[in-house]
Design a protein around this ligand. Sequence first.
Ligand code: NAG
Length: 183
Amino acid sequence: MTRAPVTIFACFSIFYLVLTQYCRHANYRDPTSKFFDPARAYERKYTVKRIQEADAFIQSAALLPTEPALSAHAPVMCIGVATIETLANKVLGYKKTDIAHVKEWEDGGWYRNRSIFDYTYLLNDCYATAARYIAMIEDDTLAVEGWYPRALLALAHVEKQMEYRAGMQWVFLRLFYAEDLFG
Ligand SMILES: *[C@@H]1O[C@H](CO)[C@@H](O)[C@H](O)[C@H]1NC(C)=O
């Protein structure tokens, strides 16, 4: 009577296979998972759609009759984008004395120095606007529609949580997370 163990083994094998397939399907994009599959994880399904949306947005922005009026109040959020070209309200350039530094860093491959310098520049300028929040965004970021109200909701949530943590302060909220930034 060896039937029962064989049946149990067969059932277990089928269950195991189904479970493995499920995990492969559910976790192939998760870099922390054993089932992470780089060949499929980087398929650009999501990105292609976001690029189309961004293109449509930029085209519709070009149809606006005038530049939107700037408010007299301090902005809720100052968005700093470290890039060469920008469509923002204000475009920052380097001072003459800084250009020599930037060139030295670029020629010498001191990219980290250059980034730190750029971010310091942007942070200082955003700080000067007296905005309540400062968002630092990479120039290759594709934002999903509605990211701004969602970010504000998340910030409100953080501030609510902080009410229960007397004596503690929060510094930043990470909006976009790429796995190569782990650690
Ligand atoms: C880059 O920054 C590091 C650390 O602050 C510094 O030691 C180094 O001299 C800098 N390099 C240049 C070329 O300025």
